[in-house]
Each structure stands twice: as C-alpha cells, then as structure tokens.
Ligand binder design. Structure first.
Ligand SMILES: C[C@](O)(CO)[C@H](O)COP(=O)(O)OP(=O)(O)OC[C@H]1O[C@@H](n2ccc(N)nc2=O)[C@H](O)[C@@H]1O
Ligand SMILES: Nc1ncnc2c1ncn2[C@@H]1O[C@H](COP(=O)(O)OP(=O)(O)OP(=O)(O)O)[C@@H](O)[C@H]1O
Length: 279
C-alpha cells in the first residue's frame, strides 16, 4: 500500500487577462501549496479494474477526478494493471483550494510509479491539463507563477508565511463564475519577477461576492484583523484567506473566529510534500 498526500493550493492573486477561442480564460496567477491535504492510498490489483473507496461517496465514482485520472493514464499508457484507491477528503470541495485537481495529480504520480510507466513529469503535466487547468501545478511540485490557462509554469520562491483560511458553507462552480457577464477579462498583464504579490487582486472575487454575500462577509471579517499581509479569495472561491508573516499572528487570528464560521490555519509551502520522492 502506497499512501501519499494531495495538498491544497491558494491563488495568491488571480488576474484574468483575456480569453481563448475555446472559451477558456487566460490568467496570470501565483500558486502556493499548503500543509493541509487530502490523503490517498493505492494498492495494486491483479485485474485491470480501477476502484475508488471512500467513507462517504461525495460524487459518483466515475466522476471522481482520481478515477478519471487513473483511467486516462491506463488508456494512454496501455497499462494492463488496475488499482484500489482509498481517498480521505479533508480539503473542502468547490472551495477554490484545488482539492480535486490535487487528488488527480497525486493519482497520476502514484500510478506512474506503481505501474512502472517511467513517464517524465512533462508528459504527466500534459495529460493532467486534460483533467483540469489546476492539475499541472500539483505535478510541477513547486510554488509557481502561472500563465496560459494556468498550465504555463515558472517556479518562484515565496517568503515563509502562514494562512488563516475561512470556509464558507457554499460550494462554487468554477465554470459558472468564469461564464459571468460581470467578469473583468482585461486586467493589464504584469511582469511577475518585479511584481509585489500584495498589489495583485483576484478578478473572480467581485463576481463571487455579488452572488454569495457570505463570501463577501468573510472577506470583510478578515480585513479587520491585525498583522495581515494579504486578504483575498482563492481561485473561484468560496474559500478566502489572510496571510501572516508569523505562526503566532495566524494563531492569534484563528482564536478570534466567531462561532459558526469554519476555518483553519496552514503553513505555506514552496514544495509539494511529495516533491522529494518526485525529483
Ligand atoms: C480558478 C482556478 O482554480 C485558478 O487556479 C482554475 O483556473 C480552475 O481550474 P480547474 O478547477 O482545474 O478548472 P477546469 O476543470 O479546467 O475548468 C472548469 C471550467 O472553468 C472554466 N475555466 C477554467 C480555467 C480557465 N483558465 N479558464 C476557464 O474559463 C471553463 O469554463 C472550464 O470548463
Ligand atoms: N476527488 C475530488 N475531490 C473534490 N472534488 C472532486 C473530486 N473529483 C471530482 N470532483 C468534482 O470537482 C468539483 C471541483 O472540485 P474542487 O474541490 O477541486 O474545487 P475547487 O477547489 O473549487 O477547484 P479549483 O480551485 O481547481 O477551481 C467538485 O465540486 C466535484 O464535483
């Protein structure tokens, strides 16, 4: 049995700078991993079946991104073996933390190893983007500045930071937010090496806040905290976060969360937790 983490990510900013002919949006964003993860275990099977095991089925098995990733890799590589996948979810779904994409990436990395395929990272990333725009960065394995639809990645080293993440009770469809008429799609492109992250913004934030007042209220609450360096929404929401330079400051903030609001603190990582075995 091989057990591996699938970490959450934050988009420290997310600028929408245009749109492709197929409707996908051109972005500029910074991805950062968190030490807050789902857990996946993999066990080889004697037959070619791909089977998912979860304590509570959140969505139909064949729609789960782990199963879709495993089937796609099996199909593209011609692997004859199957696998039992055991998934423990911790990352909120539809929260903008990339949980489904991270589960898919960990599955591709694990099966490349277990099935003895020997694919390079680049090949796995190209396969990954077919499953979702957020999948490649989890295979890339480093904090990154991303362009294109989120798949053109350049590594960056970010200063150490802790994050208070608030989890509104709504799940948000990424496709719906990108389809909004109100979305600003013409943010002026920036040159990342010289761009201060705190000056960035998330173009999806105002669209989400209008449709989901709970998200707007959570952001307002974070903004009144002391010692924050950034307060923003991640991805297409619903989760919002505040960045702190020290763990002490993040812990002081988490203690102030009003009853009934769900949140957690996590450290920002510059490497995917599997990175040591991946490189
Ligand atoms: C918002 C982000 O999380 C930021 O990292 C990602 O851009 C979304 O990545 P994801 O969840 O992996 O998204 P996908 O599953 O590829 O796309 C879901 C839907 O969002 C829209 N979409 C997604 C990414 C992108 N760059 N432009 C888009 O317009 C498309 O309508 C697509 O059908
Ligand atoms: N293993 C999985 N974990 C979570 N969601 C999954 C999984 N497989 C498929 N999904 C589907 O994908 C949708 C988006 O899931 P996810 O939790 O990754 O959203 P997200 O964090 O908003 O994504 P992103 O930030 O990449 O837009 C879910 O609503 C669910 O229908």
């Amino acid at each position: 049995m091989l057990t591996l983490p699938a970490p959450a990510k934050l988009n420290l900013f997310l600028h929408v700078i245009g749109r492709r002919h197929d409707g996908y949006h051109l972005l500029q964003t910074v991805f950062r991993f968190l030490d807050f993860s789902d857990e996946l275990s993999f066990e080889l099977r004697k037959d070619s079946v791909i089977k998912l095991h979860m304590s509570t089925a959140i969505i139909p098995e064949e729609e789960n991104l782990c199963v879709r990733a495993a089937k796609l890799l099996q199909q593209e590589s011609g692997a004859a073996q199957g696998v039992d996948i055991f998934l423990k979810k911790q990352i909120p779904m539809g929260g903008g933390l990339g949980g489904g994409s991270s589960d898919a990436a960990t599955t591709l990395l694990a099966l490349n190893q277990l099935w003895g395929l020997g694919w390079e990272k680049n090949g796995l990333m190209k396969l990954g983007v077919k499953l979702g725009a957020d999948v490649p960065v989890f295979i890339f394995g480093r904090s990154a500045f991303a362009e294109g639809i989120g798949e053109k990645l350049a590594p960056i080293e970010l200063p150490s930071a802790w994050y208070l993440v608030l989890v509104p009770s709504v799940q948000i469809s990424t496709a719906k937010i990108f389809a909004s008429k109100e979305l600003t799609r013409n943010t002026i492109p920036i040159k990342i090496p010289h761009f201060p992250i705190w000056q960035g913004h998330n173009d999806l934030e105002s669209v989400v806040c209008r449709a989901y007042p709970e998200v707007a209220n959570y952001l307002e609450w974070l903004k009144q905290l002391d010692n924050t360096t950034i307060v923003r929404m991640s991805g297409s929401g619903s989760c919002v976060f505040a960045e702190f330079a020290t763990e002490i400051a993040a812990k002081a903030a988490v203690e102030q969360i009003p009853a009934g609001i769900n949140g957690f603190i996590a450290q920002g990582l510059n490497r995917h937790p599997m990175c040591i075995s991946m490189d």
